[in-house]
Design a protein around this ligand. Structure first.
Ligand code: ATP
Ligand code: MG
Length: 563
């Protein structure tokens, strides 16, 4: 290791009191001279959209490369043509870039290495370390044994090198039917690790590949392909999730027997799971296919595309991944933590505007007919740098229906007959009564204002309640959407039969939401705090010029506390 790197590693170690277990392993490898640099990769299979779990993997791999002054590769693990599509390649690239993991020109496709993988397979055959096997998939499974019983050698295990070479060539040439023959590594059918019991490394599949077309009809299996991909690219630390821990001996076997030098090293960490949130590609796919959600980017999902559409920022996701940390044990993280991170990110940045989600008319009877006035209001009280906007005020306003009660319970400090409240940034008003329709539903609330309290100033008396409002004369009507978790929180994610336990209230569409005029100019991805109602983001798909549709990113209240 160079002196420079050693110093960098030492300073990093000193600066950060607690280093995670992957950093410790990397420090050790650098100190012992196993590697003289760090190179990581993110290797998605382009068979679906990325989700929050992948974000963890991306930011971890990218973060480590940054931290050690190394390189980060974006590599598509596109070795299984059945499920892979270019649509997914494009969406994955967009998501990784959006998250800020800058791979520059280091974009790779495992399928570009098919030639080298084939050469590796031939090398193994020549070393007597691989053989062509004619057993069917079922027979292979049956002879594999299990945890307690060793497997049985295949009757084809002792074929000569020449015969194996000829048969493998035949597999490649296209004359062998799918499944009729496979190439297997010759390791040890009695190994306590089932992955080492002569695993299949190549199969015949007469399938077009999204990049290679019909060039190949044999495809490498994941456990064989992945270590070779890492080795070819000069990856030092191949970071993956825990389910591959038992595959590590096979990973090491492949890089050793194929004689790669230096050899990449696999390190596993626990997958990220969130409570009350569906992360698995399989489940998301089902929700999309069953039409329960509006595509892979439905804001109720936690695909990266969905989080972006909902209004999450790269910074909030990065913060979340840092808070969660890296672990060797599987566990579920409270989804409230993700919400906490976006609230923290938007708190100071987002303008705070007024929007009424469930409007009822408020008439200020003593306000002069036909009068309007302009009131200045800060865009974010906690962040004066955002400046202010002017709002008009008039005789007729819209307020939230729940901000008036004819017969209030104790500790209700909003409008009820005789009570005075502050209209945010405007005046103090005292409720004088209401009008109702035939069903007893309140249609208009009446109040009187005190002209001395302009801009909401106290004049010798305090009020306990402050409510938001918009001016009926110039407010705009927009659509707002409120979300809850797509699966029922109380009863758990899955029903007994394994189907998803769906929450019927996961989406509420509010067509009659009245907002300050400026909000009608919101562009896709613009985020705001709607005071008292939460953070909202203009939808990138359903908004049209002057007619935004707002998605609630998150409410303002949180049960989550940073411990
Ligand atoms: P899924 O489980 O959603 O189907 P996958 O593991 O099949 O995902 P890949 O495209 O193979 O998806 O994953 C690319 C990388 O992302 C792998 O290194 C994988 O380990 C990692 N990854 C996938 N899911 C998670 C997760 N929940 N948490 C952390 N890393 C993950
Ligand atoms: Mg996978």
């Amino acid at each position: 290791m160079s002196e420079e790197l050693r110093t960098a590693a030492e300073t990093a170690a000193e600066e950060k009191v607690s280093r995670n277990f992957i950093e410790l392993e990397i420090d050790k490898d650098l100190a012992e001279g196993v590697y003289d640099h760090v190179q990581t990769r993110f290797p998605p299979e382009p068979n679906g959209y990325l989700h929050i779990g992948h974000a963890k993997s991306i930011l971890t791999n990218y973060g480590l490369a940054q931290q050690y002054g190394g390189k980060f590769n974006m590599r598509f693990d596109d070795t299984n043509p059945t499920k892979e599509k270019d649509e997914f390649v494009q969406s994955i690239i967009a998501d990784v870039k959006w998250l800020g993991a800058d791979f520059e020109d280091r974009l790779f496709f495992a399928s570009d290495y098919f030639g080298q993988m084939y050469e590796c397979a031939v090398k193994l055959i020549k070393k007597g370390k691989a053989f062509v096997c004619d057993l069917s998939a079922d027979e292979i499974r049956e002879t594999r044994g299990d945890f307690n019983t060793p497997g049985k050698n295949s009757p084809y295990r002792d074929r000569s090198i020449e015969e194996n070479l000829a048969l493998f060539e035949e597999m490649k040439s296209g004359v062998i039917a799918d499944g009729a023959r496979v190439l297997r590594a010759k390791i040890d059918m009695a190994s306590p690790n089932i992955n080492m019991r002569d695993p299949v490394i190549y199969r015949v599949a007469h399938q077009s590949h999204h990049r290679q077309g019909d060039k190949w009809c044999i495809y490498p299996m994941y456990d064989f392909a992945h270590p070779i991909e890492d080795a070819i690219e000069g990856i030092t630390h191949s970071i993956c999730t825990l389910e591959f821990e038992d595959h590590r001996p096979l990973y090491d076997w492949v890089v050793t027997e194929c004689e790669f030098d230096p050899k990449p090293r696999q390190i596993e960490f626990a997958k990220l799971y969130l409570t009350n949130v569906v992360t698995g590609k399989r489940y998301i796919k089902k929700l999309v296919e069953d039409g329960i959600v509006d595509g892979w980017d439905d804001p109720r999902l936690v695909s990266i595309a969905a989080l972006r559409r909902r209004g999450y920022t790269p910074a909030s996701i990065k913060k979340f991944v840092e808070l969660v940390g890296l672990s060797k044990a599987n566990s579920s993280v409270d989804s409230a933590m993700l919400e906490y991170c976006i609230r923290e990110d938007l708190k100071m940045k987002a303008p705070r505007m007024m929007a009424v989600l469930d409007p009822v008319k408020l008439v200020i009877d003593n306000y002069p007919e036909g009068q309007t006035e302009e009131l200045p209001m800060p865009l974010n009280l906690e962040n004066p740098e955002l400046g202010e906007r002017m709002l008009t005020f008039g005789k007729e306003l819209w307020i939230e229906r729940e901000d008036f009660m004819e017969e209030p319970p104790k500790k209700y400090f909003r409008l009820f007959p005789g009570n005075e409240v502050r209209l945010m940034g405007a005046y103090f008003v005292t409720c004088t009564g209401c009008e109702k329709d035939a069903d007893g539903r309140v249609t208009v609330v009446h109040a009187a204002y005190d002209p001395m309290t302009k801009n909401g100033m106290e004049v010798g008396r305090k009020v306990k309640g402050t409510i938001h409002w918009v001016n009926a004369a110039d407010c705009k009507q927009v659509t707002a959407r409120l979300y809850e978790n797509i699966v029922d929180e109380e009863k758990g994610k899955l029903n007994e039969d394994g189907s998803l336990n769906l929450n019927p209230n996961s989406l509420t569409v509010i067509d009659r939401c009245f907002v300050e005029p400026a909000l009608a100019q919101a562009e896709a991805y613009d985020s705001f705090q709607f005071v008292r109602n939460g953070f909202f983001c203009a939808d990138c798909k359903d908004s049209i010029q002057g007619q935004p549709v707002f998605n609630r990113i998150v409410s303002l209240k949180s049960s989550f506390k940073l411990s």
